[in-house]
Design a protein around this ligand. Structure first.
Ligand code: GRF
Length: 199
């Protein structure tokens, strides 16, 4: 298997993790702060290396991020993919993986950044076009350099679920593209991306 060894971080249902795995990306580690989430269940089911970093195990968020970062370094991941991880990553992570950590966000940044409710806010604001963004993670939340974006129209009658479903179909297309782009920039060789989308 070629391509970067990925460390995928998730706190949620894990559709992006599943999509990467099913497209043949090399998922070397899955990190979660919510051991009962869908992504963790998928990792267990597929026999992927799973690291559980619940906040209650650590005295501070700094200690939690230090443990997460040491684990990912020890595993030897090349690229960290933040796919629905619901904690802001602090310096132990942003320093150790500077330039090789991605985040996927369900809006066209810089609109509706910073927060978990980007889709609701876009709807409430009445925008006609929204989408998703993959960017490099820096200290500033949702503000690192943008690698790939996709636009998604807001349709009459959309609610959060319907809109999110269409945004996620685009996420599943552009996250692999962004990984390939970053890996090529880092001097690796790009994966062959299959044209299937798993929602
Ligand atoms: C995605 O919509 C992503 O943009 C956001 O969290 C969600 C994760 O979805 N940061 P999933 O758990 O991969 O299905």
């Amino acid at each position: 298997m070629t391509g970067p060894r990925l460390g995928v971080l998730s706190s949620g249902k894990g559709s992006n993790l599943r999509n990467l795995f099913l497209r043949g990306y090399r998922v070397s580690a899955v990190g979660t702060n919510r051991p009962s989430c869908g992504a963790a269940a998928f990792a267990r089911q597929q026999g992927l290396r799973l690291g559980e970093f619940s906040q209650r195990r650590y005295p501070s968020s700094l200690a939690r991020d230090e443990a997460l970062s040491s684990w990912l370094l020890q595993v030897g991941v090349d690229v960290v993919v933040n796919a629905g991880y619901d904690r802001i990553l602090g310096e132990p992570m942003t320093k150790a993986f500077a330039g090789r950590m991605l985040n996927i966000h369900p809006s066209l940044l810089p609109s509706f950044g910073g927060g978990m409710d980007a889709v609701e806010r876009a709807l409430q604001h009445g925008v006609k076009i929204t989408g998703c963004t993959v960017h490099l993670v820096t200290k500033a939340v949702d503000a690192g350099p943008i690698l790939v974006q996709a636009a998604v129209p807001v349709l009459p009658g959309d609610d959060t679920q319907r809109l999110l479903q269409r945004i996620q179909a685009e996420e599943h297309r552009i996250l692999p593209q962004a990984i390939d782009l970053l890996w090529a920039r880092l001097g690796g060789s790009p994966q062959i991306v299959q044209e299937t989308t798993v929602v």
